[in-house]
Design a protein around this ligand. Sequence first.
Ligand code: CA
Length: 229
Amino acid sequence: MENIFEGRRAALIDMDGVLYDSMPGHTLAWKGMMDSLGVGCTREEFYLYEGMTGKATIDLLMRREFGHGVSDERATQLYADKSRRFREWGPAPQMPGAARMLAALEKGGLTRVLVTGSGQNSLLTALDRDYPGAFPADCRVTAYDVTHGKPDPEPYLKGAQKAGVTPAEAIVIENAPLGVRAGKAAGAFTIAVTTGPIPREAFEKEGADLIFSSMEEFADYLEALLARK
Ligand code: CA
């Protein structure tokens, strides 16, 4: 069993599909918004775009359907519509095992930094209530902090910077293939937790260093490492 705490000082933690079981709500909201524009798409494909900025996702689908992207202003409007649909889906449930994972990372001496491409304020404000004290304001990288979303390494490079560590001293915790690509490109030890429908092979292809099939399983693994010390 590899001790992932060895030589590591920070954990850079994704939000949707990691801290919250929110992806079913996001995919439903994306499909609903795109349907309203007459853009053909499936709910499942949005799992593959997870981590990209809202604008990048909108441009991808609009180009495919109509042959051109949209202005920043139009993208902001459309993302607001998608966000409204997501809020209507209801409060996102916490991911089972995520609180134990966060506690174990802290116990292992790692600084925890939130790294999300999301600008979903309904979730960002819920973090303080659901995971009290885990992510102070200076330990968050969100859609508002980055120009390039995942799979660009920028979000994770900024996350390491906020923690005051080099990327090699950080572990990344992700549920999305593009997020794993971003973590690897940043130079961090990248752990995939497959909490959605995407098969394990997709994460192997992106070069994930470790893959767990649930957050509970990853939390068990961390607790076992700490008990061994
Ligand atoms: Ca995610």
